[in-house]
Write a protein that binds this ligand. Structure first.
Ligand code: NAD
Length: 473
């Protein structure tokens, strides 16, 4: 029976592992061919992917799908093809004087089968980028995309199964029960991208089989605006980071820390600039909808809670509220006079709402950040180099972009990942290659080794030799 007729996940994993064991070290040409095939699939189905993702969201800006999904994948594949031959080389490693003339090597080896669980917010990018790393490192992969984007997930399954056999790349579609079964399998490595809450459940499921995990999670990413910042530039860059995908971005600037005296002007300018970006929110193809009713009500609830606790809410535009609700569009909104007891200051927002926290100086901002969960991203705007260096060295976050938002994520030459509750491990570029490889250390013993001098029975001579080794090592 063909594997397509028997989509039992345990069987698929067994078939992938058997196929891997039969060819455990794919050469560069094979890896390159797989990556090129992947690039073609994305290119050939660009419009179909745009349509499916937009249908799932209600409206997803086509430009955003190209910019934040297709272009990221294309750059990732090109980078991988350019560098993987070098990364997969057997490396000479230094050997301590004591052990010479023996020598060391490190052999990068594919791990086998990589499990990939992806979220709905950038469904294509976050399913495919781990796959790029997995295939570049010579592995096979099974993917479970989100149930919140069913049309996209069906399309992904269709196009990948046309190009790859089930024992190379397999897509498992379905709801949470499929995700639970999927996360319980004994992969060689599991990459989970999603919320910290579900990440905790997935890590526990993986631990039962001692499956190592890369966890790409979320959280509240702070943005500090320093006195030295160019406010015009800062306003539009934070707006762009917040409004992209209607704020449904793991590294969106979650909230702003800035001096109280500057808040009112910044909030007014932010709203004005938002109305220039989006003359209307309803019916605007450039502005993305909120993915589901549950998330739409969650955002309304955050605003209601903040308002009830004394916050001032500024909403951009003047769209008809019923129409906005019908299209699940939430206009860019600024929330001032915030207090820590508001839900909007406690939960990851994941929408186009920007709360502002009054903070008079850098020490106060750093203290605020340090007392909370370690964030996935941190943004600092300013020109004062001393303060910039202080932020970089005294705050801990997954990554940082200085004087803009989110750009560090798409740099293939630096690691991308979270820290603490915002994640563990990293992928993208060489870090992905390492995550999906076993860096096997090999010691080549020389026939002239003097190791036999340390064999029992131990004697005075052994003691003298040990003393000598201690001195030279
Ligand atoms: P989610 O955690 O609800 O779901 C993610 C995936 O987990 C989905 O595929 C889902 O099917 C699966 N899942 C759900 N319940 C499960 C269970 N009990 N066991 C196993 N799998 C289960 O996240 P989401 O709502 O799809 O995405 C939003 C979150 O993802 C935000 O917190 C955001 O910050 C985070 N995120 C992080 C990154 C990153 O790179 N760090 C990128 C995008 C999104």
């Amino acid at each position: 029976m063909a594997l397509h007729d028997a989509p039992n996940l345990t069987d698929i994993l067994a078939a992938q592992r058997a196929a891997f064991n039969a060819a455990p070290n794919p050469d560069y040409a094979t890896r390159k061919a797989n990556l090129q095939k992947l690039a073609r699939i994305i290119e050939d189905n660009e419009q179909a992917f745009k349509d499916a993702i937009s249908a799932d969201f209600g409206n997803r800006s086509e430009v955003e799908t190209v910019l934040a999904e297709m272009m990221v994948i294309s750059a990732g594949i090109k980078h991988q093809i350019k560098h993987v031959r070098k990364w997969m080389r057997v490396r000479k490693a230094p050997t301590a004087m004591t052990y010479k003339p023996s020598h060391n090597r490190v052999i990068p080896q594919p791990l086998g089968v990589i499990g990939i669980i992806s979220p709905w917010n950038y469904p294509l990018q976050l399913a495919i980028m781990p796959l790029v790393g997995a295939l570049g490192a010579g592995n096979r992969a099974m993917i479970k995309p989100s149930e919140f984007t069913p049309q996209f997930s069906d399309l992904l399954k269709k196009v990948l199964s046309e190009a790859f056999s089930d024992d190379e790349v397999y897509v498992a579609v379905g709801g949470v029960e499929v995700a639970q079964e999927f996360s319980g399998l004994a992969y060689d490595h599991l990459v989970f991208t999603g919320s910290t809450k579900v990440g905790t459940i997935v890590a526990q499921a993986a631990a039962k089989n001692l499956v190592p995990c890369t966890l790409e999670l979320g959280g509240k990413s702070p943005t500090i605006i320093d006195d030295s910042a160019d406010m015009k530039l800062t306003t539009q860059r934070i707006l762009n980071g917040k409004a992209l995908n209607a704020g449904q971005t793991c590294v969106a600037p979650d909230y702003v820390l800035m001096p109280k005296s500057k808040i009112e002007k910044f909030a007014d300018d932010f709203i004005k600039r938002a109305e220039e970006f989006y003359p209307t929110f309803a019916g605007n193809p450039d502005y993305t909808s909120i993915v589901a009713d549950s998330h739409y009500s969650r955002l309304q609830d955050l605003l209601e809670d903040a308002e009830n606790k004394g916050a001032r809410i500024r909403v951009a535009g003047n769209d008809d509220k019923q129409q906005l609700a019908k299209e699940r569009r939430v206009p860019v909104t600024v929330v001032t006079d915030t207090t820590p007891d508001m839900k909007i200051m406690q939960e990851e927002i994941f929408g186009p709402l920007l709360p502002i926290v009054a903070s008079e100086d850098l020490e106060e901002s750093l203290d605020y950040i340090q007392k909370r969960d370690r964030p996935l991203a941190l943004y600092w705007f300013g020109t004062d180099k001393a303060k910039r260096e202080k932020v970089l060295h005294q705050s801990i976050s997954g990554g940082v972009t200085i004087n803009d938002c989110a750009w560090h994520v798409i740099q293939e030459d630096i690691p991308f990942g979270g820290v603490g509750p915002s994640g563990m491990g990293a992928y993208h570029g060489e870090d992905g290659f390492r995550s999906f490889s076993h860096m096997k250390g090999v010691f080549f013993q020389s026939r002239f080794s003097s190791g036999h001098r340390l064999y029992p029975p131990y004697s005075e001579k052994t003691a003298k030799l040990l003393n000598l080794i201690k001195k030279i090592s």
